[in-house]
Structures are given as structure tokens and as C-alpha cells.
Design a binder for this molecule. Structure first.
Ligand code: MN
Length: 447
């Protein structure tokens, strides 16, 4: 994998005195992205495929800007305000945009570079030949030309493939705005939703993605080790100190948090997405630490459960041993071609049901342990923590190249015990392979 670097004295900087732009692709090869675009075009051979990237929210630095993961997946470009247009084969690009070579099919549109804007947010990739060289796009045009080009192209080919707006609040999404605008300029156009195709591509990871995800998982494990050290001397210390150790481990390794870290001790260990992380920990409590590093665009997601002071109580040990055994049971008995994200959860619940352990439910009656697992135990992982969540076909068997989490838990609020144990796995022909160091087999190695 050869990182692409931008050369100083590039056309973009020579012409207008701007600083050289940052390199796109984040260390992946141009072929990686070209292959993905080819895969997408193959599925929609008669359509104009349009994707838009994220824009920076004007005048606000409240949250760091992050590119739309699907847009990065097909372009390798983080530049705000970008758009990608892929034309069907045999279609003449010159019909929409005079002066273009007719055989061009892959277009990137980027905002023009601006001295004023770059004073605030630094040098950016802009339209032109340097970006074409760095990204492998056939043509990189100014974003100001996007709508006139698309209008012209749609007159010749009124078929569009795009990611449809989805879910609650979808009518305020950029996807909805794009769809509306296209309907205005091409009222007779037909639309196809590419989301399922995007998901089918994104859930199969390339060797380069797997290598990157191993690094994200290993940074996540380093942060787990840092969390454990704090918790072993954690009596009277605050959950936020654990979070601080986690963030230090991420930042000092060039990573960020893929999601708000969860550090819950005592009853808070039973709150699935607890993220206040601001209560004192007391000796002997279980502490659930669910964290993920975001490294080079890819996410880790690993959960460990520790005991303040480093020793289980007999009851905690029983609960943790069952969760650990369930985790290994699911991984060891993985059936390629059969198991789906859903059947993994069913296997885990069945395993819990067979256990002789019991606990009291909310009504105060004793029940089997499967009652105390309120969540699924697996999701795809990648550019997003819940990778292409809304578009994944959950009934589809996991295939080689998929990366998923396995994360059984047990949550007993009445006993103030919560345990979750999560690792990240690559599906291979031989089964599930842990991306980071494997989960121990011995429950006494955990706390
Ligand atoms: Mn997870």
C-alpha cells in the first residue's frame, strides 16, 4: 500500500499561491476506490449515479467535520462540499457539459479553492488536474458546475441512482434535498435507491480495510488496558478518570473516539448506552467499558468488564463466566453460510437458557438468564460503528470478508451487576478470526 502524497509546487498552488492541499485517500490506493466505483456502476449500468459528500456547518466548530462514510468509500475524498457523478457506459459526457471529452464517465466535483476560506480551515483539494492525479477520477470539475452538468446529462438520460432518504427525520436530510432538487430539474426522471448495493459492497472488507481495522482494534485494546489500570485502583475514583485514560490512549496513538465512550460502574453498568461517565466507583463494583478507536476512517468497538480492585465477587464471577462462555460458544460454533447476525443472538440466548444460573426480573420472580440480554449481540463494523446499519440485510448469512462484533451481555439492575464482553471478528473460510488479541478463556483473567 503506497500512500499518495501531494507534491509541492503543484498546479493548484502555483496558479494562485495557495498552500499544497492535503493528500486524499488516507493511505489507500487509487485502485481500491476505482474498484468500488466499478462495482457500483456494474449494478446500475443504465443510470447516472450521484452521491454528495458532507458540508461543513458554517461558522461553527462545535463538532469536528467528518465526511459522509459512503462518500469516502467511493472517492477517498474528505473535502467538504464534494459530489461524485458516475455516467453510464456509452453515454457522452459532452451532452451535459460542452467541451468535455465524450468518453469520460467518472466525475468529482469540488468547491473552488479560496484564499479567504482556507485562512479559516486550511488548504483543501480543489478542482483540476492535481486532484485527478491524486484521486484517480477522470475529471475533477468545480462544484459550481455540478447542476448545469447534471441538468444537461439528465436530459439525455433521465435515470438516477442515489442513496434514498431513510428513517426518522429523513425529510431534513441532505439525501432528501438532493432528491427534491433532481425532481425539480428532471420531473420525468426515475430514481433507484442504491443503499442495499452500497451495503453489500461495504460489508465485505478488502485486505487493506482489514489491515486498517486491525490497527483500530489494537488501539482500542491499548485503551482497554489503560482503563483497566485505573479501575484496579479505582475505589473512590470517578468514572471520568477511566474515560480520560481511554481518550489519552486514543489521542496519543493518532486515533479519536468512534463513539462516546461508555464507562459505567455499579448500577450504571446495566445501562446499555450510559455515557455520562461522571459517578464515583466503589470497591468491588463491576465496570463496563465499551469503547472504540476511530483510526484512519475505520472503527474499533471492544467491551470489557472489570471489577474495581481487580477481584470478582462469587456472584459477579458466575455472571461473567456465563457471558464469557456464551461469547466463546457463539464464536467457536460459527457456521459459515448459515449464521447471520440474528442467529448469533439466538444461539447466545439459547446458551443462557440452558445455564443453571437464575436471577430476579423486574417483577421479582426468578427467571433464566436469557431474560437479561435485551440487545442483539452483533453488528457490522467498518467506516461506521454500526456499519451501513439501515441497509444491511440481517437475514443474509455472514460471508468471508465481513467484520462483525460479538457482544453478549447480562444486566442485573437489582444486583447492580452488568457484564458485557465484546470483540471484533473477521469472517474467514475457517470461521471467526479476532481482529485484536483474543478474549481470554479464563474468567479470572478478565477483571
Ligand atoms: Mn458494539
Amino acid at each position: 500500500m503506497t500512500p499518495v502524497t501531494s507534491s509541492a509546487g503543484s498546479p493548484q498552488s502555483e496558479v494562485n499561491g495557495l498552500l499544497p492541499p492535503p493528500a486524499p485517500l488516507d493511505g489507500f490506493t487509487q485502485q481500491e476506490f476505482a474498484r468500488r466505483r466499478a462495482g457500483l456502476r456494474q449494478r446500475y449500468p443504465g443510470d447516472i449515479i450521484i452521491l454528495q459528500g458532507n458540508v461543513e456547518s458554517p461558522g461553527s466548530n462545535v463538532l469536528p467535520y467528518r465526511q459522509n462514510p459512503t462518500f469516502f468509500y467511493y472517492t477517498g475524498v474528505d473535502t467538504p462540499g464534494a459530489a461524485m457523478v458516475l455516467l453510464p457506459g456509452g453515454f457522452s459526457a459532452a451532452t451535459g457539459f460542452r467541451g468535455l471529452q465524450p468518453n469520460l464517465q467518472e466525475f468529482l466535483f469540488l468547491p473552488d479553492r479560496s484564499v479567504v476560506a482556507e485562512t479559516w480551515t486550511g488548504p483543501k483539494l480543489g478542482p483540476g488536474s492535481l486532484t485527478e492525479e491524486l484521486t484517480g477520477f477522470q475529471k475533477c470539475l468545480s462544484a459550481s458546475a455540478l447542476w448545469s452538468a447534471v441538468t444537461g446529462w439528465l436530459k439525455q438520460c433521465p435515470r438516477v441512482a442515489l442513496t434514498a432518504p431513510f428513517g426518522a427525520g429523513s425529510n431534513v436530510t441532505p439525501e432528501f434535498q438532493l432528491l427534491n432538487r433532481l425532481r425539480e430539474i428532471a420531473p420525468v426522471a426515475s430514481f433507484q435507491d442504491i443503499s442495499a448495493t452500497v451495503a453489500s459492497q461495504r460489508i465485505i472488507k478488502s485486505p487493506a480495510e482489514i489491515e486498517r481495522m486491525e490497527r483500530a482494534a489494537s488501539v482500542t485494546m491499548a485503551a482497554q488496558q489503560a482503563a483497566r489500570t485505573v479501575i484496579h485502583n479505582g475505589d473512590g475514583r470517578n468514572e471520568c478518570e477511566v474515560e480520560a485514560a481511554v481518550m489519552k490512549a486514543f489521542y496519543s496513538r493518532g486515533a479519536a473516539a468512534a463513539f462516546a465512550p461508555i464507562v459505567g460502574s455499579g448500577e450504571r453498568a446495566t445501562v446499555l448506552h450510559y455515557d455520562q461517565n461522571n459517578q464515583p466507583m466503589s470497591q468491588g463494583s463491576t465496570v463496563v467499558v465499551d469503547i472504540g478507536a476511530l483510526l484512519g476512517h475505520y472503527c474499533g468497538d471492544i467491551t470489557r468488564t472489570y471489577a474495581v480492585g481487580g477481584q470478582w465477587s462469587p456472584r459477579q464471577r458466575d455472571i461473567a463466566a456465563l457471558v464469557l462462555a456464551a461469547h466463546h460458544h457463539v464464536v467457536d460454533n460459527f457456521k459459515l453460510g448459515e449464521d447471520t447476525v440474528e442467529t448469533l443472538a439466538e444461539k447466545c440466548k439459547a446458551f443462557y437458557r440452558e445455564s443453571s444460573l437464575r436471577a430476579c426480573g423486574p417483577a421479582g420472580t426468578e427467571t433464566t438468564m436469557d431474560t437479561f440480554l435485551p440487545h442483539g449481540i452483533s453488528h457490522h463494523l467498518g467506516l461506521d460503528v454500526h456499519d451501513v446499519h439501515s441497509s444491511v440485510n440481517w437475514a443474509q448469512p455472514l460471508a468471508p470478508g465481513c467484520v462483525v462484533t460479538v457482544e453478549p451481555g447480562l444486566y442485573l439492575p437489582r444486583e447492580a451487576i452488568g457484564v458485557r464482553l465484546e470483540n471484533d471478528y473477521l469472517i474467514t473460510d475457517e470461521g471467526m478470526r479476532s481482529l485484536a488479541e483474543p478474549l481470554p478463556r479464563d474468567v479470572d483473567e478478565l477483571p
